[in-house]
Design a protein around this ligand. Sequence first.
Ligand code: 8YV
Length: 323
Amino acid sequence: MKQKILVAREVFPEALERLRQHFEVEDNQADAILGVAGLKARLADKAGVLTAATDPMTAEVIAAAPSLKAVCNFAVGYNNIDLAACTRAGVMATNTPGVLDDTTADLAWALLMASARRLPAAERWLRNGEWKSWQFIQWLGSDVHHATLGILGMGRIGQTVARRALGFDMKVIYHNRSRLPADKEAACRASFVDKETLLRESDFLVLLLPYSPESHHTIGAPELALMKPAAHLINVARGGIVDDEALISALRQHRLAGAGLDVFEGEPKFNPGFLELDNVALTPHIGSSSRATRMAMAMTAADNLIAALSGRRPPNLLNPEVL
Ligand code: 8YV
């Protein structure tokens, strides 16, 4: 008899087809948000689950799933999974590293450029019919070329963002928990600096840290105060890494030139203060959202689940201690 699994959010039919070759699959193609109660109800008899970063795999959910052997996120971030609770319950947890690096780095650059050249506000102005005459001194932005790019969190995506800076002749500095090996630093042409130097010297600061209680409000009022008033802050990592209220206040007072944000505290709700600002580019958590990449993420998660439930080590196991 096939083992039962749940796919907690809508995914591509190709991923469901692959899973159906191995399992009895309960899907959620209607894409209802299940939440803790919905997950508990559906996982009571499941051996595995495919989850998005929006699915709270809390200790309570895991405790309500006695047959559960694997939680496979289709996301690289896994702050929605209580990893310690999984490990205690002998449940494998996996994510999808690698397949989304380029696509997410591309969006970081899109937001960086949009913030630098004030694209959202300029487009709104044009659409509102306010373009009456072309003026020489109008819509002046910041140059990206030859500026200093700072990266906080220099994992795979951070390094991918850094390598793209070469084409803009930028100076690249970074801070990370641990310094990169020399060959990786050379490939990114990036210099390691302390966090304060990074904040003080970056013209464009890109955040690429994982979210955890330790990284909560890594960028708050004190950090924003160290940044150049001409600087731009880009966050494609997770809401909560930035104190949104403090950021809104800095942007409102032009203590920071601009921001490009794909993620927010409490998303999909977010602080309405952002909507009143003209110096911010906003996107709805679309960092990995190209068709090819989302497909690769779904297939990677499916492969992890197939491996986990057929007694093989899943390629992207986060808690190897369960084995
Ligand atoms: C996901 C992301 O698409 O991978 C991540 O961590 O933030 C995105 O790429 C999103 O979280 C949905 O799972």
